[in-house]
Design a binder for this molecule. Structure first.
Ligand SMILES: [Zn+2]
Length: 489
């Protein structure tokens, strides 16, 4: 029976967010606990386990799972500790016949610009030349190390991401084929000097979906093993940041190269359409006044889902002054305010300085007098069943505006973040989410309108507003006259 090593290391880093991601930011499950904690969730690991159990007798060798909310660069000491613990867990697992690795692909440390490549290097050093398959978020920043050290990389095919589980299944099937010795991966990769944003990335309705369907057609072919377009998280300013087309076939170089070229040309030719149209805060509020129901404001610039700090008060300020006439719901990360609310108690009135506690260069606090409506410990579960830890949490009410104050950054993508704290988004005229697109899965059915708002922040879809210093230039849309990649000329 083959012994299959299982390991996971996931976080998405926004290097423009000054608040560091700490070792303690990671939820870590070790050994067998990794399986019990995640097998009932909608995750890659659960999907992979399902396939392994169905199709082969195998011995799972669970090493370690580390998952953190997106955030700023991972502090060097914390990242080193994490990599050490991962390495040690792999070593303790003993000899294995194959490796199934679950990665995000867009992590960055303060110094280490490719933590996933480093994890792969260490794991390869221990397990040797056994079949190794890794899953990636399609926002992964593909590096040479990742491509060289993994046999097959299996990226997500949906945005918003709804295929964690099936990506795990796809990866597991490929690993079993490798184990059986009946496939020989042949990889074609084309690097595209472009960073993308906006509605056209929605795979169900946008142009990007056409590129993904070409990838899925490749995977459905007899010789197709894996295909994806890795667009990179544009806020992870590291040397390898760009878009990549990555095609893996079973020994068919011609098919791999032809498909990579076809998809890369499609992305490149359409690059000017992969930008995000944004509305000013004032216009967004005006349109919400006259909308037929709920308007969801997408504050992508402060998206904790993309790695921002979550302490923006830009939209909050505009809703408080002049006071918005309808119920509005705004989330914010502000540990001092959550603590003050807990000290004051439910039903009391507090005057607090809200915002700018984590990214003070971008946001200045606003003084708010509000009623403390309710208090929580901040522990709840997201829609996919995984744990969230917001820390001491408070619901404040100022005029018509309800403010959900968490101590730690959490995803504000689904509705659970609100309903777990007694707040139903359907009761409001405006709900602010901290997500560029992922929220659509959870809000399209209840929203009369969705408005991407042009607010300041470290993950702004207005890429020209961000201080890139490390990524390869020239790159679209940061520079004029970017030459096409050599493979396309
Ligand atoms: Zn992603």
């Amino acid at each position: 029976m083959p012994r299959i090593l299982l390991a996971e290391m996931k976080q998405e880093t926004a290097t423009f967010n000054p608040a560091r991601t700490e070792y303690e930011s990671f939820v870590i499950h070790r050994g067998a606990e990794m399986i019990t904690a995640l097998e009932q969730t909608d995750t890659e690991l659960a999907g992979a386990l399902e396939v392994f159990r169905q199709h082969s007798d195998f011995v799972p060798v669970p090493a370690l799972s580390a998952r953190a909310v997106s955030g700023g660069p991972i502090r060097t000491a914390g990242l080193n500790r994490l990599l050490e613990e991962l390495t040690e867990a792999v070593r303790q697992g003993g000899p294995v016949d194959a490796v199934c690795l679950i990665l995000h692909g867009a992590m960055a440390g303060e110094e280490e610009m490719d933590p996933e490549g480093e994890a792969l290097r260490r794991i390869r050093g221990i397990v040797g030349d056994v079949p190794l398959v890794a899953t990636l978020d399609l926002h992964a920043i593909l590096t040479n190390r990742m491509v060289e050290l993994a046999d097959i990389l299996v990226p997500y095919h949906t945005y918003p991401h709804t295929d964690h589980y099936t990506t795990g299944q796809r990866a597991a099937r490929r690993l079993l084929q490798l184990l059986a010795g009946n496939v020989t991966p042949e990889v074609a990769r084309i690097r595209l000097p472009m960073l993308v944003r906006g509605d056209e990335l929605l795979t169900a309705t946008g142009l990007f979906g056409q590129a993904i369907r070409m990838c899925q057609a490749l995977e459905a072919e007899t010789d197709g093993l894996a295909a994806g377009v890795l667009i990179g998280n544009p806020f992870t300013d590291v040397p390898d940041l760009r878009s990549n087309v990555l095609i893996t076939t079973n020994g068919n170089r011609d098919l791999a190269e032809r498909t990579a070229k076809q998809i890369a040309a499609f992305m490149w030719d359409n690059r000017t359409r992969f930008v995000a149209p944004l509305q000013s805060i004032e216009d967004a509020i005006d349109s919400a006044r006259t909308a037929a129901g709920l308007t969801v404001f997408s504050d992508a610039a402060d998206a904790t889902a993309s790695g921002a700090a979550g302490d923006s008060n830009a939209i909050l300020k505009a809703l408080l002054d002049p006071p918005f006439e309808f119920p509005a719901l705004v989330p914010i990360v502000d540990a001092p305010t959550a603590s003050a609310a807990h000290q004051a108690g439910e039903g009391s009135t507090v005057t607090v300085q809200l915002g700018g506690t984590r990214d003070p260069g971008r946001f200045t606090p606003v003084e708010v007098t509000a009623q403390v409506v309710s208090l929580f410990d901040g522990n709840f579960r997201y829609e996919d069943g995984t744990e969230a830890h917001g820390g001491p949490t408070a619901v404040l009410r100022a005029g018509q505006v309800d403010i959900l104050v968490t101590s730690n950054p959490v995803y504000v993508v689904g509705r659970q973040i609100f309903t777990a704290h007694g707040l139903d988004p359907r009761d409001y005229r405006v709900v602010v989410v901290k997500s560029p697109n992922g929220f659509r899965t959870h809000y399209e059915s209840i929203a009369a309108a969705i408005v991407p708002v042009d607010a300041p922040g470290s993950t702004s879809a207005n890429l020209l507003s961000l201080p890139f210093t490390r990524c390869a230039r020239p790159a679209f849309p940061l520079d004029a006259d970017v030459p096409a990649p050599a493979e396309l000329t």
